[in-house]
Design a protein around this ligand. Structure first.
Ligand SMILES: O=C(Oc1cc(O)cc(O)c1C(=O)O)c1ccc(O)c(O)c1
Length: 147
């Protein structure tokens, strides 16, 4: 287990970096913002945030964003809104890493990335630990990553 003292530090898990640039402590719990950079080909399994609305803002690169069966391609400067309770995922395409902001309201989900960076959990071997942290952060997994 990695010792992560400063949750505002840049974290790394599965080749993705995560830096919390606005913490719930700074917003009365209302919101958090994570600045993340994901390599080409990466993206999470389909999942649902049951208690948080998410705005996904692409700063560099290109992403396929899948939301409830509908897909769109986001370029730098574009964004998607993912209402709480909706199944979604994304995948980085093209030839450049995707830097994006994950804005969640209320805040708190960034604790999942802290857990993942501390545990350096592997897929599929450590899925129980990943699912457990997801559930503690109001997230359930619903399907595979995008092809
Ligand atoms: O939760 C995971 O990823 C994410 C979920 C989001 O709603 C926004 C995001 O930007 C990410 C992310 O950048 O990773 C997740 C869960 C499980 C897993 O194996 C992952 O690789 C990511």
């Amino acid at each position: 287990m990695k010792d992560i003292e400063n949750t505002n530090a840049e974290l790394e898990w599965l080749g993705v970096t995560y830096k919390t640039i606005l913490a719930p402590e700074d917003t009365g719990g209302a919101m958090s913002i994570v600045d993340s950079t994901s390599p080409v080909g990466s993206g999470p399994p389909r999942h649902i945030h049951h208690n948080e609305d998410e705005a996904f803002v692409v700063l560099t690169g290109t992403c396929r964003v899948w939301l409830e069966g509908e897909e769109k391609v986001l370029q730098a400067g574009e964004s998607a809104f993912i209402p709480r309770g909706s199944e979604h995922t994304f995948k980085v395409i093209g030839n450049e890493a995707c830097r994006h902001l994950v804005i969640l309201t209320p805040g708190g989900f960034e604790g999942f990335f802290v857990d993942m960076a501390a545990g350096q959990f592997a897929i599929p071997d450590d899925m129980p630990a990943i699912v457990e942290s997801g559930e503690r952060h109001n997230m359930t997994f619903t399907g595979p990553p995008l092809d």
